[in-house]
Every structure is written in structure tokens, then in C-alpha cells.
Design a protein. Structure first.
Length: 86
């Protein structure tokens, strides 16, 4: 009986972890292009790249969705167009 409980908890824990990872993966692929927080992130990322800074204007938003949009935009702006390095 104890073994069955332990196995059940282990399987459930793995399922929860997989679901969290799936949500994180989906948020990275989401189209934020029209989101104002994404656009702000892109602008600030580009500005930091021009001045050789890394996240100098770190923003914190109450909603996870807003934070994810900003961070995605910032990374996009900070990386810039990779073709200009060739």
C-alpha cells in the first residue's frame, strides 16, 4: 500500500512539472508583436545594445503575461538583427 502511494505521488509530480514546462514553452512562442510591453522591451533592449549595457532598465510587471511580453521583446531588441554581424 505504501509503495502504491509513493509511486502515485511520483507520477503526479512529474505530470505537474511537465505541464509547467509546456506553459513556459508556449509563452516563449507567443506572438507579442502588438503588445505594448513587448514593444517597450524591444526599444529598451535596442537602446541597451547600442550603449553596451545589459538590462539597465529592468522592469517588473504584476502580471506574468506582461512580464513575459516585456522580457521577450527585450531579448529580441538586445540581440538585434543577427545578420548585421556577418
Amino acid at each position: 500500500m505504501f509503495l502504491a502511494v509513493v509511486l502515485g505521488v511520483g507520477i503526479t509530480g512529474g505530470t505537474v512539472r511537465a505541464a509547467q514546462e509546456d506553459r513556459a514553452h508556449v509563452s516563449q512562442e507567443q506572438d507579442y508583436s502588438k503588445n505594448k510591453n513587448y514593444q517597450q522591451g524591444v526599444r529598451e533592449g535596442q537602446d541597451d545594445r547600442k550603449h553596451n549595457l545589459d538590462h539597465s532598465k529592468k522592469r517588473h510587471f504584476k502580471k506574468d503575461e506582461d512580464q513575459n511580453a516585456y522580457e521577450t521583446g527585450y531579448q529580441q531588441g538586445h540581440q538585434g538583427d543577427q545578420s548585421d554581424h556577418h
